[in-house]
Design a binder for this molecule. Structure first.
Ligand SMILES: [Zn+2]
Length: 340
């Protein structure tokens, strides 16, 4: 073999070697592309199945407070179904809204936070059961009125008469200021502090509160405090979402003297539990804050169903799996009520 022949053969070997390497590289690339394509196909298929399934799932959860966010949890492999961890978020303003907000001489009503949420309607024009309303312009929250109607109808039915009516409902801050000034002028400041909320600190600002009275057929009024209606309502208000807010044995806590006539809507099943356990709103909110959490909720059953209730001071929580309601406490946290 000549030197030239040796060189030619060596060059041909190198060419064959390069060609072999090129083919291997193409083969490996094609295989990788195929694997990626299959994984993508599986992943997209799963996403589409998940998307179509969501449309017929029942809408879980409802709340006037907070917003729902979807945060995809960390994924370790492409082929596993994506786990979506839903959360709900609240703002500091939300703390001052909801059925369970505490209004007393320390915690005033936040008018700005509740703007647009009160949904006030005229009682006489919207009542579903006919009862007397002392003044034709009295208004109450549209969400609360049906429960008041039901409570008054049940009371009248139990009494065998139609004498239960309304002597006060929603009050603007101007109305409360006039009432305060008039009461101070007529009875003095000491008396006024016992019975009238300081303007801005009255539950009547919420639209969830009313005063109940006795109205006779001739238009005159009787004493609700001394009536059997008052006894019935004190014992049964919880079944309609209401509490008697200022009881005789709680004046040291509420700061307001015994008022047989003043009822506040706090919702289900809170009212039934508070009446049964003889807790005023201050005590109930204290209890929830000190004794409950998402991991250790309070279980309560009333005539409307079974619920789990817990307090949180967090601004973002895991979205409850069932229907839920959120209320601020008007202090620093939230009460979550989950339907079981
Ligand atoms: Zn009142």
């Amino acid at each position: 073999m000549t030197e030239q022949e040796k060189k030619r053969r060596a060059a041909a070997r190198r060419r064959r070697e390069r060609e072999r390497k090129r083919r291997i590289a193409i083969g490996v690339s094609l295989a990788l592309i195929c694997i990626v394509a299959v994984l993508l196909f599986l992943f997209v298929g799963k996403l589409m199945r998940k998307g179509s399934g969501a449309s017929d799932a029942p809408a879980a959860g409802s709340s006037a407070v907070g917003s729902v966010n979807s945060v995809p949890a960390a994924e370790s492999t492409v082929s596993a179904a994506p786990v979506v961890q839903e959360t709900i978020s609240f703002s500091d303003t939300d703390v001052h809204t909801g059925d369970l907000i505490l209004i007393n001489s320390v915690y005033g009503y936040d008018f700005a936070a509740n703007e647009g949420l009160e949904n006030l309607v005229n009682i006489a024009e919207n009542q579903s059961y006919s009862y007397q309303v002392e003044k034709p312009d009295y208004r109450l929250s549209a969400d609360v009125l049906p429960h008041l109607d039901a409570m008054i109808e049940a009371c009248d039915t139990a009494m065998g008469s139609r004498e239960t009516g309304i002597t006060s409902a929603h009050r603007t801050i101007e109305y409360q200021q006039n009432l305060w000034d008039e009461t101070v002028a007529n009875y003095g400041e000491e008396y006024t502090r016992k019975y009238v909320g300081v303007p801005g600190y009255s539950e009547h600002h919420t639209g969830k509160t009313c005063d109940i009275g006795i109205f006779y057929a001739d238009g005159s009024q009787g004493s609700f405090s001394e009536s059997q209606n008052a006894v019935w309502m004190r014992e049964n208000c919880g079944q309609f979402g209401f509490i008697r807010r200022y009881a005789e044995d709680k004046t040291a806590i509420t700061g307001i003297s015994n008022e047989a006539w003043h009822f506040r809507y706090v919702g289900f099943p809170h009212a039934a539990y508070m009446v049964e356990q003889n807790l005023c709103l201050e005590e109930y909110l204290d209890y929830l804050r000190n004794n409950t959490s998402e991991a250790a909720p309070l279980s309560v059953t009333d005539s409307t169903g079974s619920y789990k209730i817990y307090y949180t001071a967090e601004r973002t929580i895991t979205k409850p799996s069932g229907a839920y309601k959120v209320s601020g406490d008007n202090m620093n946290g939230f009460i979550i009520t989950v339907t079981e």
